[in-house]
Write a protein that binds this ligand. Structure first.
Ligand code: ATP
Ligand code: MG
Length: 561
């Protein structure tokens, strides 16, 4: 039964589970699994699957979700990936049931099941070459042909399979195949391979095996052996479901697990394929798997995304069978919503220009205590220093402003956030370039916390005290690809790599931040007022702080479009 306090999303999979629980199927329990192949870091698409599988386990009484590494493919696995996947699942706020599982834990059982199939006359060793096998398989419109090895005797198959296992045959010389139906309308049912020979070490079982099970055969059996009730996967496995069921029907008893498919997550302006992401890393298009532009979990984490923002995003996009491309802006909105409520505010000037307050005494300073968050008092207070020289944003001054410009311009006034109203008296320019290098202003001492008398000052700008501020580097990130669908024209030979956005990273190296930020902890989120959300890069050098912009305050992308 669903938990009483269950406010979780409704989707077609949860409806199926509710129905199964009502009918007492699986003894009233739901058991899911998340089965990544450890051949890369997890991406935002995996987050959808994690939130779905672990979320169901969390929301139903007695629900469990296993973390199972699908390590049936011996060559590619890497313990670095295994460790990163465990960290990512935990970071997202989930915990798996019991020990970590590995498909390779079941190699012995898979082997015994294969012998059982042979004994039932439902599997045979086939010596066709890979090319011949392809030819015999037929096409979508034409049925396949029976392999000449299809009618070997049970005893002969048992002997040959044992020899395969003992390493007596070369790689590619034969495979064990299921004996199903070469004329099936579903190509997956045309005597698919169950075992192939691979004479390579496995990262967990070493050289113990030289035959390795195929995914379709291994996956359903692992689900069965773990007592999985609902095996959730993406739509491309829909045509494999008859095979999933076939193996289980030959080899196991009810209650058997069932496979349900949902649409994978696609995000625009990025790619969600481990292979492509690995290529970006290997070819140094980005600075590693955790580059904040990467759609990996570690990339989002380093960028300043919170686990809650990713979970909320997954909830927002929902689970269905319809293939869609989700707008990156929805993910960014989820982050804004979360950080707006929980990120302390601070002031930071990204492109500073100096402003000198001529009527403020030299050497004098003031410290004003302000709340770190407009609504949440628990986030505390801090002191902001003020002095004769401050930095403001270059963009907050215009020498020849358009009408209705409310920021600073010659002869006009603006309020400094939490502080006085200042008026621009003159500008200092570089003699050679003509560039403005300094703004000379006066302040009105009567405007602290009060409206100026007899005039309206509409603009409020952020600033930092030059004497107290700390220099910093800020990384601004943009979309990794400039094309909305980077892989759309792959078939025409246009690689997604040619769609990379050359301006996806811009580094601002002369930023000035308010001094409280000297104590920022790695990855702690801040809102820099009027600028966006930022966090201290975990790889920030000690000498000069480096912050990452997580997201702007508003969706400037949709506005641009
Ligand atoms: P990739 O193509 O990136 O390698 P994959 O499906 O091969 O992805 P796995 O490690 O096998 O990656 O996936 C683990 C689980 O995550 C699977 O159940 C898979 O269906 C799911 N998954 C992978 N990509 C997505 C996605 N974009 N959206 C939703 N679920 C996904
Ligand atoms: Mg895969």
């Amino acid at each position: 039964m669903a938990n009483e306090e269950n406010t979780s999303p409704i989707n077609f999979i949860r409806n199926i589970i509710d129905e199964d629980l009502k009918n007492g199927r699986y003894g009233g329990k739901v058991q899911t699994r998340f089965p990544p192949e450890p051949n890369g870091y997890l991406h935002i698409g995996h987050a959808k699957s994690i939130c779905l599988n672990f979320g169901i386990a969390q929301d139903y009484t007695g629900g469990q979700c296993n973390l199972r590494f699908d390590d049936t493919n011996p060559t590619k696995e890497d313990t670095e990936y295994v460790e990163s996947i465990k960290r990512d699942v935990e970071w997202l706020g989930f915990s798996w049931s019991g020990e970590i599982r590995n498909a390779s834990d079941y190699y012995g059982q898979y082997y015994n099941y294969a012998i059982e199939l042979i004994k039932q006359g439902k599997a045979y060793v086939c010596d066709l070459s890979p090319e011949q096998t392809r030819e015999y398989r037929g096409t979508l419109t034409e049925p396949g042909k029976d392999s000449p090895y299809r009618n070997r005797s049970i005893q002969e198959n048992l002997d040959l399979f044992e020899q395969m296992k003992n390493g007596d045959f070369d790689e590619g010389s034969c495979v064990l195949r299921a004996k199903i139906d070469m004329s099936s309308g579903n190509i997956n049912m045309r005597d698919p391979a169950i075992y192939r020979i691979r004479k390579v070490s496995h990262h967990r079982t070493g050289d113990q095996w030289c035959i390795y099970p195929m995914y379709d055969y291994a996956h359903c059996l692992a689900d069965y052996l773990e007592g999985i009730s609902h095996s959730l996967c993406t739509l491309e496995f829909q045509d494999h479901r008859p095979l999933y069921d076939w193996f289980l029907e030959q080899l196991t008893e009810e209650p058997r697990p069932h496979q349900y498919e949902f649409a994978r997550l696609n995000l625009n302006y990025t790619v969600t394929s481990k292979r492509k992401l690995k290529e970006l890393v290997d070819q140094s298009h980005v600075n590693g798997w955790d580059d904040p532009r990467m759609p990996t979990i570690v990339g989002f984490k380093r960028r300043g995304y919170t686990p809650a923002s990713i979970r909320n995003f997954c909830e927002r996009i929902g689970v269905s069978k319809k293939e869609t491309v989700i707008d990156f802006g929805i993910l960014e909105d989820s982050l804004r919503d979360d950080l707006n409520t929980c990120a302390p505010r601070a002031m930071g000037v990204l492109n500073p220009i100096k402003l000198v307050i001529e009527n403020y005494p030299e050497g004098q300073e003031e410290f004003r205590e302000v709340a770190n968050h407009p609504k949440d008092e628990s986030l505390g207070k801090r002191k902001i220093p003020f002095s004769r020289e401050i930095y403001i944003e270059r963009d907050d001054f215009m020498e020849n402003p358009p009408p209705k410009y409310h920021r600073l311009s010659p002869g006009k006034e603006v309020r400094l956030r939490y502080s006085y109203v200042v008026k621009c008296e003159s500008v200092v320019k570089d003699e050679k370039t003509g560039e403005i290098t300094e703004l000379r202003c006066t302040y009105d001492p009567a405007t602290l916390g009060k409206k100026p008398e007899g005039r309206k000052v509409k603009g409020i700008i952020h600033w930092v005290s030059a004497k107290h501020s700390i220099p910093a580097t800020i990384n601004l990130y943009d979309r990794l690809f400039s094309s909305e669908h980077p892989t759309a024209k792959e078939k025409e030979g246009e690689s997604y790599l040619s769609k990379l956005n050359p301006d996806s990273l811009s580094v601002l190296s002369s930023c000035q931040l308010e001094p409280s930020l000297a104590d920022a902890k790695p990855l702690q989120n801040y809102q820099f007022e009027r600028q966006g959300y930022f966090c201290l890069d975990p790889k920030s050098p000690k000498e000069k702080l480096t912050f990452n912009r997580s997201v702007t305050l508003r969706d400037s992308w949709s506005e641009k479009k």
